[in-house]
Design a protein around this ligand. Sequence first.
Ligand code: HEM
Length: 115
Amino acid sequence: MNTHLHITAWVLALILLLVVVILHKQGKAKGAKITQMILRLDYLLILYSGGSLLGMFFSGPNVTMAIIKTLAGIWTIAAIEMVGIKTVKDKPAGGMWIQLVVALVVTLILGFVVL
Ligand code: HEM
């Protein structure tokens, strides 16, 4: 249940980030800003669902990996946010995209493969 919520929440975040980028490219600044606000609310959902997964891991043997996974997840959220900010401010976002891809790959490997 929580895993479903968790996956839904971060997939939604990636989709919303793409919507921010597309709206911005179309010159729809207001729409991009509103989508960015919804994206920020979605971070709370990621944190809540991830936090409750982390709570479950505290009673098991994999707590260290779960904490590392959590840090990677928070890093991914930070990278999503920075891509959004750079995009909306019309600044080059290339470096942030690279960081996002690296953070996302690390997080997905830790989430799906390691844990
Ligand atoms: C955009 C950011 C994030 C992505 C892409 C992500 C991705 C994932 C994935 C793919 C899994 C494995 C789900 C499964 O086993 O079916 C997972 C599990 C988990 N996530 Fe995240 N996550 C993110 C953010 C967070 C945050 C912010 C936290 C903590 C507050 C967190 C904590 C956890 C924990 C503790 C697990 C349990 C380990 C497991 O079930 O494998 N995640 N996450």
